[in-house]
Design a binder for this molecule. Sequence first.
Ligand SMILES: [Zn+2]
Length: 244
Amino acid sequence: MDDQVRLLADWFRTNNWPVLPCPACSKGRLRAEDKNIQSEQSPSTYGWEHADDGDPTDIRGLFHGLLYCSDGYCREQVVVVGDYAVQRDLVDDNLDNYYRVRMIHPPVEVVEVPESVPTSIRQTLVRAAGVAWRDPSAGIGLLRQSVERLMDERQISASRPSGGFRPLHERITEFRSVEPDVADLLEAVKWVGNEGTHPGGLETSDFVEAALLVELALNILYRTDTSALQARARRIVAAKRWVP
Ligand SMILES: [Zn+2]
């Protein structure tokens, strides 16, 4: 997972935007310029200075704007929407403006996976990235669905011989006999996903952690096969010279 994407799980200073990867090209990064981002103070916080215990950190609001890809050929534009607040810096006690992203369209990739990961899994991960910053429980629910798609791709049946629906836990248990370490990662995602169905829901930081588990599982299962290159290196080392 890109380090800058992880920063979306929390508030950041308005002059310190995460430099996100472009969703359209593999080269550019999304740039935020002040002229393209507007913040709007919520009317309910207009009168903070007149309140007896008024504090500028009571100020709340929204922001909206556009980010642009830095690649000269791509120039993809991405809509961003989120919350705006004034907070006091814990180190120097200065007041600063902060944003927290709630929606990015088109979505910025969260789970980075090898090219060979099947489309059905990739599409579910993009849907997860599309909702997670606004509704992390829904995002984790879609991560859980990506595990179901992985079980499909690995021919782990979704139904019992009697015809009944097979819960995800049962499918992962069967998969454990083939890939025990990966099964642990997937079962952890399933348990987090179960939490998301309870009242109160989950935080964006929980989504990021669950996404990291899915990412690790997919990287183990679909990692690039380097065995041929490693075997060739061993032949060169054994010969102590370049061999064609
Ligand atoms: Zn781009």
